[in-house]
Design a binder for this molecule. Sequence first.
Ligand code: G
Ligand code: G
Ligand code: MN
Ligand code: NA
Length: 254
Amino acid sequence: LSLENRLHRALEKDEFVLHYQPKVSLKDGTVVGLEALIRWRDPDKGLISPAAFIPTLEETGMIVEVGRWALERALADAASWRAAGLPVPRVAVNVSAVQMRRKDFLNTLEQALASHPGESNYVDLELTESLLMEDIEVNIRKLGAIREMGIKVAIDDFGTGYSSLSYLKRFPIDQLKIDQSFVRDITADPDAASICVAIIGLAHNLRLSVIAEGVETGDQMTYLRRHDCDEMQGYLFSRPVPAADCTQMLTARR
Ligand code: G
Ligand code: G
Ligand code: MN
Ligand code: NA
């Protein structure tokens, strides 16, 4: 069976799952967000990473349906944690360029929010900078409409695309996510460290918050905190965990 056919079957058989990775405040150590990261629970091969199947989902257009599923699943998880009285942080969902290009994307968002009206003000979308640069004027309008729904927008993998800084200030966005390739080398490579500091300064000058991805060591965290980075995400604090483990993590915070 081709990967495409196996992916169709995975969707039918409900084999996709979301894991969640916490985002932590560097000011006070609290969990301020949970990023939903999709995995495929293949009955034969076990848990498969999105790097192995997102490209095929995008090429075939299936990402539209799977992306809608991920959005609805994340909102349903957040709503169920909230209904259980847990202190639920913001929940972030990744959006592919293929989804964003669709005329009905705003509709999809509105429908998902309508099914979970209590979550509207606690949803983040993560979009890459290359996606935003594809069709700048259209995306500026779409982002405006997205933010009017109460959703916040983060630029994922920041520093690896080709954003024009003059456009960056026109995008109605809320946060920059420093790509993990820069964070990884903070303590070994002065240039990587300089890029992190520059992105933090850029974000704050544009009145955006900034999060570092892929933080694995205490030294990286200390450096980022000393340079006024707002939040971090990475294995140092937690790997992405199944939804059931989130319940435990949130219960421990209550
Ligand atoms: O979780 P992991 O580090 O393996 O994720 C690898 C890549 O897959 C990341 O770039 C991440 O943004 C992407 N990804 C994870 N979940 C989703 C999703 O639901 N939709 C899209 N479009 N990308 C995702
Ligand atoms: O592109 P995006 O930021 O959505 O992808 C996040 C990816 O990075 C996920 O696949 C996640 O599993 C991975 N990731 C998260 N934290 C760390 C980390 O501390 N180290 C490494 N190597 N990968 C991480
Ligand atoms: Mn992301
Ligand atoms: Na990223």
